[in-house]
Design a protein around this ligand. Structure first.
Ligand SMILES: [Zn+2]
Length: 215
């Protein structure tokens, strides 16, 4: 069963006792499972590990990378030319496409005033190999220190120049999922987080300085 508005206390025999307050409710878990649309197929240990421990995946050289979740430390050597922005629904953030009426539409929210989001594909080189890394939205903005809003006011060529100037030659630690691209058959990483190596060294340095000061 599931209890809401409950209060756990130690009773006079030293056991934990759960009492239900004025606004508390008890649901049989079967109803809860049904109403939530869950089928009762809970993920197994391997799946949980993949989902939750993936964030601590190992750093690997690009040469030995394979499909999965990894971290790489590499220098950006080039930026793949493209539009760098795409249109999204302001409510759910998913991609909005131009519908029959010529206006942007979201699958769930109908006609919307689309907002721009950023996407960038970079070539990353760690000395053992080169990997295509694609970053979307916040991750892309953070890596390139620009924003989709700023880019949308520029021409495609200006966007390319701005992004190249900002990332080429910079070293990053990038975490993400590596997949095989359907068309090219080559491996590609979709970044879910990244940090500039200089910035992380700087914060480590500051942390150790702070530790010394605090004793
Ligand atoms: Zn939407």
């Amino acid at each position: 069963m599931q209890v809401t508005g409950g209060l756990a206390n130690e009773n006079r025999w030293g056991d934990i006792e759960l009492s239900i307050g004025k606004f508390g409710q008890v649901f049989p878990i079967t109803d809860e499972v049904e109403s939530s649309g869950m089928t009762g197929d809970f993920p197994d240990a391997a799946e949980l590990e993949k989902n939750f421990l993936g964030a601590r995946s190992e750093r690997v050289p690009i040469r030995s990378i394979s499909p999965g979740v990894f971290e790489i430390k590499a220098t950006v050597i080039d930026v793949v030319r493209g539009n760098f922005i795409f249109n999204t629904c302001p409510t759910c953030g998913r991609k909005a496409v131009v519908g029959a009426t010529g206006r942007f539409e979201c699958v769930d929210h109908g006609q919307v005033d689309a907002v721009p989001a950023m996407v960038v594909t970079l070539l990353a080189d760690d000395g053992t190999g080169v990997l295509r890394v694609t970053a979307f939205r916040d991750t892309a903005e953070q890596m390139t220190t620009t924003t989709a809003g700023e880019l949308s006011r520029l021409s495609v060529e200006e966007r390319y120049n701005l992004i190249s100037g900002s990332v080429v030659g910079k070293e990053y630690i990038v975490h993400g999922r590596v997949k095989k691209d359907n068309r090219s058959g080559e491996l590609e990483m979709v970044a879910d987080s990244s940090k500039s190596v200089n910035a992380s060294e700087e914060s480590e340095r500051l942390a150790s300085l702070l530790k010394m000061k605090l004793g």
